[in-house]
Design a binder for this molecule. Sequence first.
Ligand SMILES: NC(=O)c1ccc[n+]([C@@H]2O[C@H](COP(=O)([O-])OP(=O)(O)OC[C@H]3O[C@@H](n4cnc5c(N)ncnc54)[C@H](O)[C@@H]3O)[C@@H](O)[C@H]2O)c1
Length: 294
Amino acid sequence: MSIEKIAVLGGGQMGAGIAEAAASRGISVALIKATPGPSDKAKAGIEKGLGRLVEKGKLSADDAGAIVSRITFTDDLNAAADADLFVESIVEDIAIKKQKFAEADKIVKAGGILASNTSTLCIGDMQAATERSDRFIGLHFFNPATMMKLVEVIPTDSTDASVVADAVAFVETIGKTPVLVKDRTGFIVNRLLTPYMCDAIRCLEDGLADIAGIDTAMQLGANHPMGPLSLADYIGLDIVNAMSENLFEAFGKDYMAPPALLKKLVAAGTLGRKTKLGFYDYSERPPVPNKELG
Ligand SMILES: NC(=O)c1ccc[n+]([C@@H]2O[C@H](COP(=O)([O-])OP(=O)(O)OC[C@H]3O[C@@H](n4cnc5c(N)ncnc54)[C@H](O)[C@@H]3O)[C@@H](O)[C@H]2O)c1
């Protein structure tokens, strides 16, 4: 089956990014907002990002308009009814995701594929909330979804081979590279990357160096494009915390558990870039290390 129309549930940073990435390659998208609040935020964010590309001469204004026109912005889950592929990208909470999948299962057409963009939850757990285990798969995008080339493709033991093939073809159609991974918490990238970010936070807790020092060391010493604390802010500290908790629960290794400082920041609503404060203060240009954290 060729995937020509998708529905994305969740208009947060990843959901909006996935919608834009697909619409940029000619796919029709219903971007479905999952929580109450102003409905134009995702649209405004996508338009702003495309506007920057137009300003830089990387995209014509007509093409930017065409991308936005391929996306229907709605808060009605029924907009997923005729989707070939439904991609869930809401808060990293298994109970909420299961509930939404149970609802979507009743709405999305019989031949449609259900997929989750979870970072660390098990695909099999979500699949069990639906009556189409054979048409359920993980499609793990990376942030920003418009730029990052990798998509981890995670079939379970019950996923039909044709669904895997269709999902791989879709990922390639939108210009990304699929890597097949088994359904184990964290898949490949987050199983390796989350403990690394948590260890960087522990280095800060230990007073090994300051925020800028830790990030500069890894940028210049390991040739990483971004230091681990900047990266955690970029991903969202709530997401990093949830990934860390899920990895610890799955594998029971101390080094995977969230550090106290991460938990404290998340409890205070200090979530990184999206709240303008994390390890860095994004109200300043360029961002400066958060003075409260030394
Ligand atoms: N941030 C990343 O780098 C990244 C990368 C890959 C995958 N993911 C995964 O993508 C998913 C979304 O993450 P994000 O970074 O876009 O987060 P975000 O905070 O930007 O967006 C969260 C989304 O969840 C919805 N939501 C919040 N509470 C809800 C509730 N009670 N019921 C239903 N929906 C609710 C919000 O409306 C919003 O659409 C998560 O599963 C995350 O693990 C994140």
